[in-house]
Design a protein around this ligand. Sequence first.
Ligand code: TTP
Ligand code: MG
Ligand code: MG
Length: 485
Amino acid sequence: MRTAPTILHLDMDAFFASVEQASKPSLRGKAVVVGGLGPRGVVATASYEARVFGVHSAMPMGQARRLVPNAAYLVPRFTFYRSISERVMELLRALSPLVEPLSLDEAFVDLEAGGVAWDERSARLAGVKLRADIRAVTGLTGSVGLAASKMLAKIASEEAKPDGLVVIEPGSERAMLGPLSVRILPGVGPATGDHLRRAGITTVEEIVEAGEDELVRLLGKAHGHGLYAMALARDDRPVVAERETKSVSVEDTYDVDIHDRTRVGLEVQRLAERCVRRLRGAGLSGRTIVLKVRRYDFSTLTRSETLRGPTDDPAVIREAAGRLLDSVDTTGGVRLLGVGVSGLADYTQEDLFAQAAGERAVAEGPVEEHTAAPAEEQPASLAERRWPAGHDVRHAEFGHGWVQGSGLGRVTVRFETPSSEPGRVRTFRVDDPDLEAADPLPLVLGGPEGGGGVPGAGSQAVSSVPASLPKSWSGSGGGAATSRP
Ligand code: TTP
Ligand code: MG
Ligand code: MG
């Protein structure tokens, strides 16, 4: 194990909820709950103001509403969160080539490998600067942990929450871990925790006292062994750059070029289904669908379409691949076809999924509604679906605002922007011709590229290009089925 606290763990504070508060001045300092508003909805996250009342991730939405009836209840805006996450990850990649993202709001960084830190002082300075940069670029706060191992860096960032920085000095690890609950160790969930408790082990210290043999006897060889090492603060796991799977794709080369357009269409559908099986097998979903076509003359092109949220729905992916094929000229025949999904996510929570599908249906307009998730996964009313709570709108006369609520043929909008004072509320008919859906505004004015805080991939992802149009397309030359280097 290294001797300086040069592994950094960053985790953004109340990420989705903080983004919403930064977007909506009237919600700052208030209880905000982001999650599925449908009947099976669960909380994705809650602002710290709402957590005081006991609301937490994965809690049924109904329970949250009973605990904090006055909170703002908002539908997640994955595309926007992802664009902000991208900006944060860029800042991390500027520190080191070894950045290991764990989720949208969380990553390990090996500062030593980046040459930006070699001892406690330089590591602390890098952490302080990172937090300031994140604030400047995104307007949000993230908490930083610094330690000599991944396990301890993550524990440190947890301790630092919210809006803080904690360094665990090498040498102090054992003393620090000792009195903590066994649940702090990676791999100790409720079940293992219970199992250990029944054996009289509740703290990390007690694991060490019980000894390795006892741990192996209780939990089996692999788990017992690993856990004992963690309890002794022995953790040599390296920071691994990027996740390995950036896209999931399948392709077929044909012995004889396919000329028949119907047959090409069927092959694409078949490949889409195979691709979904792989995607699901890996427990992933993705938001960019890629079609690859190699023509008779070996010219190869890829076309892609980016949905508003990640999906693993075969119907959605088949349809997207079909639409992409519509824009490709295959006269002369094709030798190879491929279908891939990139922009991978591991939101496996079905409910958030349904929300993402809802988001997409809104983006594509009512005509496409049949492509969304099954009816029972949809929020209650059409109005709620067309005007999801929390989403941005624009009114011809009153300007930019967001949906505070809708129902009974009405939609209530609060008119404010990230840089304005808290705004006023007005109510309209849901079919008011002056009201239209809008893209989120940058959270920070005057970002590095001059335009705003969320440029680059972000502003593209939330640009006014309809979600159903191809986002990118590259000409000949064997384009890879990934959207990002
Ligand atoms: P977390 O980092 O676990 O939580 P958080 O950022 O909201 O709060 P904090 O880190 O300050 O404790 O998750 C990051 C985001 O991932 C979160 O804002 C929403 C989403 N999420 C879900 O959608 N479902 C979940 O069950 C969890 C835990 C998170
Ligand atoms: Mg977080
Ligand atoms: Mg996190």
